[in-house]
Design a protein. Sequence first.
Length: 335
Amino acid sequence: MSSPQTAAITAVHGWLPPDILSNADLEKMVDTNDEWIRTRTGISERRILKDPEKATSDMVAKVIEGLCEQRGMKATDIDLVIVATVTPDMFFPSTAQLACHKAGASNAWGFDLSAACSGFLYALRTGGQFISNGTHKKVVVVGSDKMSSIVDYTDRTTCVLFGDGAAGVLLEADPTGETGIQDAILRSDGAGGEYLRMQGGGSLNPASAASIEAKMHYIEQDGRPVFKAAVTSMADVSYEIMERNGLTGDDISWLVPHQANLRIIDATANRMGVTRDKVMINIEKYGNTTAATIPLCLWEWQNRLTPGENLILSAFGGGFTWGSIWLKWAMSPKA
Ligand SMILES: CC(C)(COP(=O)(O)OP(=O)(O)OC[C@H]1O[C@@H](n2cnc3c(N)ncnc32)[C@H](O)[C@@H]1OP(=O)(O)O)[C@@H](O)C(=O)NCCC(=O)NCCS
């Protein structure tokens, strides 16, 4: 018989590098302007991790430390750490291992998960399974990306979009099943791979003078097909998860969308029948931080959330990957 217990979020924490890259700064670097960026994307500024000694795992370690402080637990209490990222410190060891070492989570095992902008949802679903099946007690799921390490700051079509940041959650069991993850729909279609990718450095195109010359170590994106697929798929899957659970727009307290483009967010909210005041949006401050966008929203909004509220988390990203998770919030606002 399957267990009724669910995986509930019992702590949430984010970390953002202090340095800001504004639209005005970008105007000095490429042929763009503040007006174009704001009207086409909704972004005003983004954070950049400038310290050359720091990487994705350092941001994950900060998140783990923050989660421990909030929950009043030790890092050694954590059983598993899953890091969603497309900017691992290196191919191996995994970012999860490096971050656990830095944060002192010496009893945890862990791994990296690559699903681009849907990474946090894939990881949340995966981590949730280890809680709901009762094999693990404390699972940390973090989305962390140092996008500035793979962005070509001479390419105006991509460099205005991305920023650096990390955020994550602690998952623990709710034995009643009344809060926590209620349902998830995750999808992928590798046919979309060619429209958003980083080709260099892997086994197909190992790093070489030629791969660098061809700029394969940077993100390349064909924005229009990605935009079209994102608008339809993210809206469809968000609607589907509501429909199959008998939820209407009025039942949803918050839509927590991936922050890639304000126009994609609006299309999703419209399809769901959710009004703008119930949509978490912070894209103007951070841009697209890839796997970190959704938990960064949860972190910033946590004091406005109350137990039992219905949240729909939705994302679309490279792969293509996309999906939606319905969860019931479990935490009380901080006093
Ligand atoms: C990238 C994106 C913002 C571009 O917006 P768009 O409305 O599709 O714009 P287009 O690509 O059609 O370009 C329109 C024009 O603006 C120009 N342009 C592109 N980037 C520009 C910039 N930063 N500043 C000024 N002009 C720019 C283009 O060159 C093009 O000019 P042209 O008509 O002379 O060729 C949009 O396609 C998008 O958000 N795509 C999805 C991105 C995404 O979600 N990626 C992450 C996965 S979740």
